[in-house]
Design a protein around this ligand. Structure first.
Ligand SMILES: [Zn+2]
Length: 411
């Protein structure tokens, strides 16, 4: 870990209290309640990425950030860009921020290097963009073939080994530029990274996913040691058994997720949306007609506190499944549709929140965007966040019977 760039670990009294309470509950043999990051009821946040400011055009092109940042112009511009997107979120009123993933290059697939950041830095993958194996297989629609081709694929030709991913350093750059808590995006994760690969060195996606687990586990532990308190695994691997048509695959998917987060002492969330590529309108490869009900019950054995799910694009149509969430799980629901340019009104957002509150207590609910905002114009992204914050205020006031809302009970 680079100590010259490390700020003091951000540990406030509330987080210490939460952790102590969790330990006490475990010692008493009780199921620990979720960790609290902010004491606001219905806290607001966003999924990972945010539009780059137009002036920030530097690209990492597969380099270690500490190689690229030798260029002081790049280093300054990067941190200024991170500070800018944090400021946008603060100004919009979000409670929990992300760094906006300014480390994603302007690659195909509309959300930049969501998978390529990893393929370029984990030893064993080739950094060259190949045609996509699913397209070569020929069993996808014309539109899916188009966006998979835009996304591209790599080959894995050797044993995978940890490379200069530097997630803890990226966390430090963000956290030293805001007093609000920063949630770290970790992913695409080990299963997700098997979707866009020609398997040469490994026989199966499962073999490759297990091989990637220690790499992610080590990154996450290093982030926690560096002060991170909230990590979000972004791995659409939850859908793998739906794609394979074999429900037995849920067993190893759950096992991979648990091994990935094993011993990671932080609040842990897991984002798996219906996929947000250009114009896929929640259709794409993942079957929205089945909704989350087809997979969520298979995932409850994961050691994850919070699912992060997209609902706005389907106007919360299967929100009812949240009534069956086990007590040790909470949810961040997407109340902002990131797949169109229409900016929601606060009342529209409030309606979406009310639909969800029919099925889950407000203490277990966080509000977020359906997916990352990277593909949107910045004006649109910013104003969607403002609408979410205003919508949350409306509903908090309703819950509390007046402005201000009630406080979330610290655990
Ligand atoms: Zn997503």
């Amino acid at each position: 870990m680079r100590t010259d760039h490390a700020p003091q670990a951000r540990k406030n009294g509330q987080e210490r209290t939460a952790k102590k309470k969790c330990i006490e509950q475990i010692e008493k043999g009780e199921t620990p309640m979720s960790r609290t990051i902010v004491d606001t009821i219905l806290p607001t946040t966003m999924v990972g990425s945010y539009p780059r400011p137009h002036w920030f055009t530097y690209q990492l092109h597969g380099r270690d950030i500490w190689d690229a940042f030798k260029d002081v112009n790049h280093a300054e511009a990067f941190e200024d860009a991170v500070r800018t997107v944090l400021r946008d979120q603060e100004q919009a009123g979000l409670d929990i921020l992300t760094d906006g993933q300014m480390w994603f290059d302007d690659y195909g697939g509309c959300i930049g290097s969501f998978v390529w950041y990893w393929y370029e830095r984990i030893h064993g993958f080739v950094p060259v963009k190949h045609s996509h194996p699913l397209v070569e297989g020929g069993n996808v629609s014309q539109n899916d073939a188009a966006w998979l081709t835009d996304w591209g694929a790599t080959s894995v030709t050797d044993t995978v080994k940890r490379g200069p991913l530097r997630l803890v350093d990226l966390y430090h750059i963000a956290q030293r530029n805001t007093h609000k808590p920063v949630r770290c995006s970790v992913g695409a994760g080990p299963i997700n990274l098997t979707y866009h690969v020609h398997l040469e060195h490994y026989k199966t996606q499962k073999d490759l996913a297990y091989a990637l687990v220690p790499i992610f586990n080590a990154e996450m532990k290093e982030m926690v040691a560096g002060g991170a308190t909230f990590l979000q695994l972004e791995d659409l691997g939850a859908w793998l058994p739906v794609l394979s048509g074999n429900t037995a695959d849920f067993d190893w998917v759950v096992d991979v997720i648990n091994k990935t987060v094993d011993g990671v002492d932080a609040k842990l969330s897991w984002h798996f949306c219906f996929g947000a590529a250009w114009g896929n309108a929640s259709r794409g490869l993942f079957p929205s007609d089945a909704g989350y009900g087809s997979l969520l019950p298979h995932l409850h054995d994961t050691q994850i506190e919070q699912y992060v799910l997209d609902f706005a694009v389907r106007e919360m149509e299967d929100a009812h499944i949240l009534k069956d969430l086990p007590q040790d799980k909470e949810v961040a629901v997407g109340v902002i549709d990131v797949r169109n340019l229409q900016i929601e009104t606060p009342e529209q957002v409030a309606q979406r929140i009310r639909k969800v509150l029919k099925f889950i207590q407000p203490e277990r609910l966080t509000l977020t965007t359906d997916c990352g905002l990277r593909a949107l114009p910045r004006f649109c992204a910013y104003n969607k966040l403002r609408a979410m914050v205003e919508g949350a205020r409306i509903v908090r006031a309703e819950i509390a019977g007046g402005p201000g809302g009630k406080k979330r009970q610290p655990v």
